[in-house]
Design a protein around this ligand. Structure first.
Ligand SMILES: C[C@@](CO)(OP(=O)(O)O)[C@H](O)COP(=O)(O)OP(=O)(O)OC[C@H]1O[C@@H](n2ccc(N)nc2=O)[C@H](O)[C@@H]1O
Ligand SMILES: Nc1ncnc2c1ncn2[C@@H]1O[C@H](COP(=O)(O)OP(=O)(O)O)[C@@H](O)[C@H]1O
Length: 331
């Protein structure tokens, strides 16, 4: 909290705070690599109650002399792992929106980070989605939702979902979204690993494994990815047991190949009674489904006691996408 206060906007500046959720892919079907280097996907995104908050505030005149200055500060336990230069996805989002709208775009973005970094839970995408909404409001742009979604897709395959939230089928490279109905609250435990995994490295390992283990033509043989009807039916019914049985991630073998220790994490969660277990997206966070909030609490305790993860976090889904929390105008 002290870091938050230290970087809070100075009195007299306008500021806007937006909160955006993490995600888990309850299904991640990966097709072949496309000509543009991305993989065709059919993925069921599900937003969960771990959040980052992004506060956009006007830069004091002394700091905003240069057009397009974006200042990034980050608080939270993993803040040191987050870039604070132009590579930060939130900075890229602010710059893209400013350029598109033809405004100067000088802004201070403070990220209060709670989503594991490089964990397969789309934390950077959440920050980008939050920055788009926060800057849009701070600069009084009122950008149409469809344009925000287009800008989101330019920033990254997962960013449109971070704006939309809920549960949705992502096709194309993950950016084309169709809502998916969920009949009840799902109770999750996330086992956070030490260190992250690079998303491009995990996709590349998936390709490599398909070439070497496929026995055939490797990538050329990969069928078109499709959402699993049994998973969609289980989600619609809100049947946690059936959802647990249908969890599936085609990137899991690649994540396990790059980080073999994750096998012990998945085993520990299953042995402690999880209804289902999988690597979240490109990992290394592992996701476990529980029957209810109590079972999730017990599972988190067992996972932490197993010594196979850095921490275990409970969360529920689905939750909404990026939402405005507060807006304060300068007097
Ligand atoms: C794997 C997933 C599953 O939701 O999430 P994470 O685990 O990273 O959170 C996503 O596909 C990650 O989406 P995102 O992190 O937005 O990736 P992008 O910035 O668009 O792309 C980063 C890199 O990932 C690879 N990539 C990404 C998406 C896709 N459909 N095919 C790919 O091959 C490409 O190598 C690309 O250059
Ligand atoms: N705002 C941000 N938060 C976290 N990571 C960011 C951010 N902006 C850029 N990055 C970079 O993106 C990489 C992937 O981060 P993240 O989005 O948390 O993971 P994942 O792609 O596995 O869901 C990080 O290693 C970091 O270098």
């Amino acid at each position: 909290m002290s870091a938050d206060r230290a970087t809070a906007p100075a009195p007299g500046t306008a500021s806007v705070t937006v909160r955006a959720p993490a995600k888990v892919n309850v299904q991640l079907a990966v097709g072949g690599r496309r000509a543009d280097g991305f993989h065709a996907l059919a993925t069921v995104f599900h937003a969960v109650s771990l959040y980052d908050e992004v506060t956009a505030s006007t830069l004091p005149a002394s700091a905003s002399g240069e057009q397009g200055t974006v200042r990034i500060t980050v608080s939270g336990a993993d803040a040191a792992q987050v870039p604070t230069d132009g590579d930060n996805l939130a900075a890229r989002a602010a710059t893209l929106l400013a350029r598109r709208a033809g405004v100067p775009g000088a802004v201070h973005l403070h990220i209060a980070k709670d989503i594991p970094v490089a964990g397969g839970m789309a934390g950077g995408s959440a920050d980008a989605a939050a920055a788009l909404l926060a800057c849009d409001r701070l600069w009084g742009l009122d950008t149409p939702r469809a344009t925000l979604l287009e800008l989101a897709a330019e920033l990254g395959s997962d960013v449109p979902f971070s704006l939309v939230g809920g549960t949705a089928l992502g096709t194309g490279r993950g950016e084309r979204l169709t809502p998916v109905e969920v009949g009840g609250t799902l109770h999750w435990v996330f086992a956070v690993a030490d260190g992250g995994l690079s998303t491009p490295a995990v996709y590349a390992e998936c390709d490599r494994l398909r070439r070497t283990d496929g026995g055939g033509d490797g990538e050329a043989d990969v069928p078109a990815p499709e959402a699993a009807p049994e998973l969609l039916a289980a989600l619609r019914a809100g049947d946690a047991k059936a959802v647990g049985a249908a969890l599936a991630n085609d990137l899991q073998p690649a994540a396990l190949s790059l980080r073999p220790a994750l096998a012990a994490t998945l085993r520990a969660g299953r042995e402690a009674g999880a209804l289902g277990a999988l690597v979240s997206g490109s990992g290394p966070t592992c996701a476990f489904l529980a029957e209810d909030a109590e079972a999730a609490g017990r599972l988190a305790t067992a996972l932490e006691a197993s010594g196979t993860c850095r921490a275990a976090r409970t969360a529920t889904g689905e939750v909404p996408g990026a939402v405005l929390l507060a807006a304060a105008d300068s007097p």
